[in-house]
Every structure is written in C-alpha cells, then in structure tokens.
Design a protein around this ligand. Structure first.
Ligand code: GLN
Length: 253
C-alpha cells in the first residue's frame, strides 16, 4: 500500500523531506507499516511542489523505484520548496504500472494522493464513476482506483468545495459503495493540507514553523503523533502550525 507525505513550512531541499532514516525514500524498499498487502513501494513515485514565484505546482512522477532515478536525486537535492506532496507507489493487483498512475495527481492549484485500494474495483466504483461527465471519464490519468477517486474529488473542488469537505464526501460515498476499502487520501493547495485515515496509517509532526503528515514517520521520533482511524485531518501554518483531527462524519468545530 503506497506511502505519502505532505509538508508545509520554510523552503527546504525536497531531498531533506525524503531522506530521513525511515523517510519516504527508505519506505520504498523497507516500509514499516504496510497494511492490506504489498511489501515494497517500487512501482513508481511522484513529487509535487510549489515554487516561490507562485502559480501552479510542479509535478514529477515516474513508474520506477525512487532510488533508481538518479536525475531525480539531483533535482531533489537542488530544489527547495515550502509546500510538497510526495508519494511512493505499490500498484494494486490488476492496475497498470505506468507514470500516469503515480501520485500526486494534479489540477490547477491542487496535488492529490491516495494510499490504499478500493475493494471490488472496478465494479464497485462503477456507480460513482457513472456520475462523472464523459469528459471527466475520458481525462482520467490512468485506469486505476486512485485516478477515479481523484476525478471525484476534483469535481467537488471545481464546484467550490473546500479540500477537507471534498475528501470527506468522497471517502464516505466510496466506503458505502465499496466497504472494506482503504482510503487514506491527502490533498494540498500549497497553503494547507487535508487528509483522511480510513483503514491505513498516518502520522503528524508539528514543529515551530512547519507541519508534516506522512504514512510513516521519517525518523524514530516521539514527537510524531499517530492519527487514529476514520479521521479527517487538516494541517495549516497560520496563525501557528497546527494539525487538527476530527472523526470523519463529525461536524467541524
Ligand atoms: N490502488 C492504488 C494504485 O494501485 C494505490 C496503491 C496503494 O496504495 N498501494 O495505484
């Protein structure tokens, strides 16, 4: 089951967010908390980041293990960003290993990732996918559960929904259509991060000037806080770095 990570804070080299002793790079071959199948995350990776000049994020993704892409290693060491979403993929059985199946998925200001799988895909998702427009269906990134989830979330965002509301609505609908799915979603617009836990791992780290959400902590550090299951998480920097967690389905307070 893939791994993902979102960061907001001072601009730092992207490599520094991936290279920790148990960081996302190491999680590609030695993840500690895989659930629901899979032992490594070698079917691809992707990183999206925002630049100081503003505008839409840059997104790089490839269907190779992260450590094999030497050009990316150099780019990650030389590129600084204040807002990053990164993912390593373990393809669910039956889904293709192609660049376009790798998170983050992007549209306008958003970067999106799914860690998990939709049980009974594709049949279980047919009803929800059928509510997408022909154009939305024809422009799916890839024939995968994650790409359909992204199309459903993207439709809500384009209609003006807040990121957390879009994630919560899609997780609730998909969990109903496909019980036992694993639906850890993460999205950012570069200013805040929203994420869900639905039968998979997620931890948070809040520092004096940064916040991180990650499938697994990048170091054995007691400051990392595991997030409970079936939660909606929002991470923001202003007025001070904060991670807010509430039960999925409960009202915002
Ligand atoms: N099911 C998704 C895919 O195949 C996500 C994979 C995962 O989380 N292991 O791309």
């Amino acid at each position: 089951m893939c791994r993902h990570l979102g960061y907001l804070g001072p601009a730092v080299p992207i490599a520094g967010l991936l290279d920790g002793p148990t960081g996302l790079l190491r999680q590609t071959w030695a993840p500690a908390d895989m659930r629901g199948g899979g032992t490594v995350n070698v079917d691809g990776f992707g990183v999206g980041w925002y630049t100081d000049t503003g505008g839409e994020p840059v997104r790089y993704r490839r269907a190779v293990p992260m450590w094999t892409d030497q050009a990316f290693t150099q780019v990650a060491a030389a590129t600084r960003s204040h807002a990053v979403l990164a993912a390593a993929r373990s393809a669910t059985i039956g889904m293709p290993v192609v660049d376009t199946a790798c998170a983050p998925f992007t549209d306008g200001p958003w970067l999106f990732s799914h860690n998990g799988r939709v049980t009974g895909w594709p049949d279980s998702l047919a009803g929800l996918a059928g509510t997408l427009s022909p154009v939305e269906l024809m422009t799916l990134d890839a024939p995968t559960d994650s790409a359909v989830l992204w199309a459903l979330v993207r439709r809500e965002l384009r209609a003006g929904a807040a990121m957390a509301d879009a994630l919560a609505g899609v997780v609730t609908a998909v969990a109903e259509a496909a019980p036992d799915s694993r639906l850890n979603l993460m999205i950012t617009d570069g200013a805040s991060i929203a994420a869900t836990t639905w039968w998979h791992s997620l931890s948070a780290l809040t520092g004096p000037d940064f916040v991180v959400l990650a499938s697994e902590p990048w170091a054995q550090d007691p400051l990392w806080t595991p997030i409970g299951d079936r939660c909606l998480v929002t991470a923001t920097l202003t007025p001070t770095p904060a991670v807010r967690v509430r039960a999925l389905g409960s009202a915002d307070k």
